[in-house]
Design a protein around this ligand. Structure first.
Ligand SMILES: [Zn+2]
Length: 334
């Protein structure tokens, strides 16, 4: 970044030489690509959102993914009233393994990308004539959540969505791990009497706290747009005995996931995110009740203060896309 401040009063020069225009904000695009839909935001380098666009993910496989990404960048340029080359940098979050060294994507199962390596950054960089950054969506969501919690530099983002995974930001920087595998805890077994998981094991975390797991235990009724977790928590609050049992089991398992991450990494904060976390305050409170109860029987856990170190993504903040903006901004200034 350049600044004209403190350079011998150049800012004060009036009527001498070419007229100075105010600095133009740099446009950064942040894309959060999911299995069925994508959210694209156009932001300035401070992360302020100027425009956003939702798209269906469309065709699967590497070519389909690249087509979605291209469509998203062009749509943002259109919304911003600029040419794609006026976008200074693009950040892309994808649900898959991203090699931290090369930025190549593999194993984005929900996007139909298998073992082949996909270069998304190269074609996008040519489209905008600027840097493009690709990273795992959960890691980017952790980065995007960070500014929501001032004073925090070590943050773990526990994504409770279609899958279950953790994104880590340590010392203000993403920590994807040497192979991009850090935080893949969805397939840690937590219930040896539980359901068989798609991965072949029994009782994985993903079989008890993912959105699909909750929908199996509390099937959505009607089509009023209420998510299964919100419907479950509302029924429990109304005193439905079965809903209370399902809620209590859910909160136990989410609390276990929080404890797993907190006791392994010891971050300032564990932030709940993903579709399940859209249930908001009632979910957070339910998890805190469990963590407080466990702290009450164990002085060691009490000293960790986990109930005070768990938080939830504020409603309506697109942390995945904002994290992509932040990573792309970093690529511009590095
Ligand atoms: Zn599994």
């Amino acid at each position: 970044m350049t600044s004209s401040r403190g350079r011998g009063g150049e800012d004060q020069a009036v009527g001498v030489g070419p007229r100075r225009l105010p600095p133009q904000p740099q446009l950064i695009a942040g894309l959060d690509i999911g299995g069925t839909k994508a959210l694209a935001v156009l932001a300035d380098s401070e992360g302020r959102i100027l425009a956003q666009k939702r798209l269906a993910t469309g065709h699967r496989g590497a070519e389909g993914l690249l087509a979605t990404v291209t469509r998203a960048v062009l749509a943002l340029a259109d919304l911003g009233g600029v040419d794609a080359r006026s976008i200074a940098a693009v950040g892309i979050g994808v649900p898959g393994l991203v090699d931290p060294g090369t930025g190549q994507l593999r194993h984005a199962v929900n996007l139909g990308v298998g073992d082949e390596s996909v270069d998304l950054a190269g074609p996008v960089a040519r489209l905008i004539d600027g840097p493009a950054t690709v990273a795992n969506d959960t890691n980017l969501a952790a980065l995007g959540a960070l500014p929501q919690f001032p004073g925090v530099s070590d943050l773990a983002y526990l994504s409770l969505g279609t899958g279950v995974a953790v994104g880590l930001v340590l010392g203000g920087e993403m920590h994807p791990g040497t192979r991009g595998m850090a935080g893949e805890i969805g397939h840690v077994p937590v219930d040896r009497h539980g359901e068989i998981c798609e991965c072949g094991q029994r009782g994985c975390l993903e079989t008890v706290v993912s959105g699909a797991a909750i929908a199996r235990r509390w099937p959505p009724s009607g089509d009023d747009g209420t998510g299964p977790t919100e419907a479950l928590l509302a029924a429990a609050a109304d005193g439905d005995a079965r809903a209370i049992a399902v809620r209590d089991e859910l909160c136990e398992h989410v609390a276990t996931a929080v404890a797993l991450v907190a006791q392994l990494v010891d971050p300032d904060l564990v932030v709940l995110g993903g579709g399940v976390a859209e249930a908001g305050a009632p979910l957070l409170e339910g998890v805190r009740v469990v963590l407080r109860r466990r702290a009450g029987v164990s002085p060691l856990l009490g000293a960790l203060g986990l109930a005070e170190r768990v938080a939830i993504v504020p409603a309506g903040v697109p942390v995945g896309a904002l994290g992509a903006v932040r990573a792309a901004s970093g690529a511009l200034t590095s």
